[in-house]
Design a protein around this ligand. Sequence first.
Ligand code: 13P
Length: 254
Amino acid sequence: MTPGIRPLVAGNWKMNGNTASLVEIATMDAGFTEALQEKIDMLVCVPATLLFQASQMVMNGNLRTGAQDCHAKASGAHTGDISAAMIYDAGGSAVIVGHSERRADHGEASQAVCEKAAAGLGEGLQTIVCIGETEEERKAGKTLDVLKEQLAGSLPDSWEKGELVVAYEPVWAIGTGLTPTADDVAEAHAFMRAELVNRYTEIGNGIRLLYGGSVKPGNARELMAVANVDGALVGGASLKAADLLGIAAAYLDI
Ligand code: 13P
């Protein structure tokens, strides 16, 4: 938690789900109760194929929808890509950029991530930029160096619209059931906060910092209570409404 920052619990469905899975969106929307809405924001980043339908389903609710990547350009000859404008047009209000799976699978370096982040923000989207060290980097004691470099390279200097959110996702904690200790998360998040305040002065204190990597209903309370952790970016456990809502519920008694 950071005083004055409203937490965000965000799901990332990755390349999972089809139209039959949309029932989970309906259940999440229904389960995002007023008591939860008072405390947190909730978002689900679905595959692009489901974005329009998912967005239609939550039109009257408070649950928001988003995408998992965007191209840096608004339109053009980029087969297979989608732009931030298309995400907005489909009803999405958020986009994840620079996820470690995209950095690894598609060779996206921080410079490319920065351009995508600028595109998402330029379209007024809540833009979640992911950073995090690999297991090798962690073992070599380079975690904070990696975070410093990725923050410096992946975030635009300024933006006029949208909201920049940063997610710390240690690569070795993603989908493994492993999580850093609360102390390790606290160290990483305090470091990120200091870097952001240093770069963006007063607005650095208001940027939401999410933790992601094997967040589950059973560990959410401990992780979300850590200083400078302003929410979660949830992969596997966001596929089921009961699990994502279980994570959100941690905020009812933090
Ligand atoms: P898991 O919650 O499945 O570990 O995934 C985390 C993640 O990569 C979210 O973006």
